[in-house]
Design a protein around this ligand. Structure first.
Ligand SMILES: [Zn+2]
Length: 83
């Protein structure tokens, strides 16, 4: 498991060890956590997990907001006949 880098302006992806083995390759290398190394097929599992966790947590938050909204409406309707 390693960080994956993309050569700016190309579709070449290299993990950190491959970049070190083949390099130094001139150019601007940007981290791209969702890509696969073009040489050895390595992926950045740790960053992927962090991104998955982020999506999971934002899904949870949206769901909780949704439930909060619905119960507020229910309470209003339940009070309505008495007021
Ligand atoms: Zn590699």
């Amino acid at each position: 498991m390693a960080k994956i880098y993309q050569l700016d302006g190309s579709t070449l992806y290299l993990c950190e060890p491959c970049l070190n083995d083949l390099g130094p390759i001139p150019g601007k290398w940007e981290e791209t956590p969702l890509e696969t190394c073009s040489v050895c097929g390595d992926v950045d599992l740790q960053s992927r997990e962090e991104i998955d966790r982020y999506h999971y947590e934002s899904d949870q938050r949206m769901w909780e907001d949704h439930i909060g909204c619905e119960s507020a409406i229910d309470e209003r309707y339940m009070d309505w006949p008495n007021s």
